[in-house]
Design a protein around this ligand. Structure first.
Ligand code: SAM
Length: 248
């Protein structure tokens, strides 16, 4: 049986690809790609010549049969998305879950992911966090989602595109107020990379004064809500010391 390699590709700066990723993309029998033209550009840059097969959200279910066949014939395969780590808000889930269940060999070739790159420079707690992918596109759904995350104690993170970033910030303000701390990582590893951070009221004024800040690709990170006193854990000892003076 062959192996399926799940290969991370750059999120902007092409130098972020690993030597192991290039080696794997050269040596496998064929490469499953979200957009074969996009991946062809990456291949041209690195002098990789290999057969590309499309694998996107709309053909993933039918493609899995071909993939099983190729692997059963002993062929190694690689899976890539347009940018970053496959399956992270990108195609591949159906293929990987099906093959994993059937016991096929699946190996990660790790590399860039906008989520992790953004968290690594945000200055928000990263010991625990939750990733929300893309928030709902419709305003009502998006606001509901934000409202449901209002009391989340962990840092929460989501992806956003230039089409909706302004609306999304407006929704964050209306659901969370002015003071919640937010960090926005834009165009990571690219020419116009910026990271802005501060309470929402400051973010709003930065965006209002510089419309360039609304261009490109974004990772939005929101500080979790501080635990309120009423929900804090009280130890048995503390409880006893509070009660003792009132006991008969
Ligand atoms: N699989 C990718 C990963 O591992 O990061 C994510 C793919 S998802 C379809 C694309 C979204 O990721 C963009 O809309 C943006 O929110 C985020 N993203 C990708 N590249 C980015 C970058 N260079 N800077 C900031 N955000 C980025």
């Amino acid at each position: 049986y062959g192996t399926l390699y799940v290969v991370a590709t750059p999120i902007g700066n092409l130098e972020d690809i690993s030597g192991r990723a290039i080696q794997t993309l050269k040596s496998v029998g064929r490469v499953l790609a979200e957009d074969t033209r996009r991946t062809q550009q990456l291949f041209s840059h690195f002098g990789i010549r290999n057969q590309l097969v499309s694998l996107h959200d709309h053909n993933e279910r039918q493609r899995v049969e071909n993939i099983e066949q190729w692997l059963s014939d002993g062929e190694d395969l690689a899976l890539v998305s347009d940018a970053g780590t496959p399956l992270i808000s990108d195609p591949g889930y159906h293929v990987v879950s099906t093959l994993r269940e059937k016991g096929f060999n699946i190996v990660p070739i790790p590399g860039a992911s906008a989520l992790i790159a953004a968290l690594s420079v945000a200055g928000l707690p990263t010991d625990r966090f939750c990733f929300e992918g893309f928030l709902p596109a419709k305003p009502s759904g998006r606001r509901k989602k934000i409202a449901s995350l209002k009391s989340e104690a962990r840092t929460w993170v989501f992806y956003e595109s230039s089409h909706r970033i302004q609306q999304c910030i407006d929704d964050l303000v209306s659901e969370l107020g002015d003071e919640r701390k937010v960090v926005i990582a834009r165009e990571l590893t690219k020419r116009f990379e910026t990271v802005i951070s501060g309470p929402l009221v400051e973010i709003v004024s930065i965006l209002a004064n510089d419309s360039n800040q609304l261009r490109g690709e974004f990772v939005v990170m929101v500080e979790g809500r501080a635990q309120e006193e009423s929900t804090q854990q009280v130890s048995g000892e503390q409880l006893l010391s509070l009660l003792v003076p009132h006991l008969p």
